[in-house]
Write a protein that binds this ligand. Sequence first.
Ligand code: ZN
Length: 126
Amino acid sequence: MFILKGIEQLEKAIAKAKKIRPRVEFDSFGRYRVSGSKGRFYRVICKRSDNGYKLVECTCKGAEKGLVCYHAAAALSLHVALARREQATQMCTSPAKETDEVTYLPNTREPIRVENYGSVRLPVYN
Ligand SMILES: [Zn+2]
């Protein structure tokens, strides 16, 4: 588990994710499964702690040691996109209805390939 403080922290992991192109599967908001190098999936959880820190958990060995892994980077790029969409919908109408229109929120378990890592922008918490 690590605390996400800014995009700089993720640069290396994002570069690796771009190279490896893991599959990211959506479970529920903040819960994702990301494919690892040996074909297994790691669970990545993105959440906000009580004191406002953004916490990212991954079940891989690296993350256990507090390292930023590419699974987390891949999941975060999706998570951030979803979070942004959620914020936008809260300003408009009922979130439940709006999220139905998010194309990558499938009711199926189809794998999602996350693109555009370069455009990922993450909020900075001090
Ligand atoms: Zn990981």
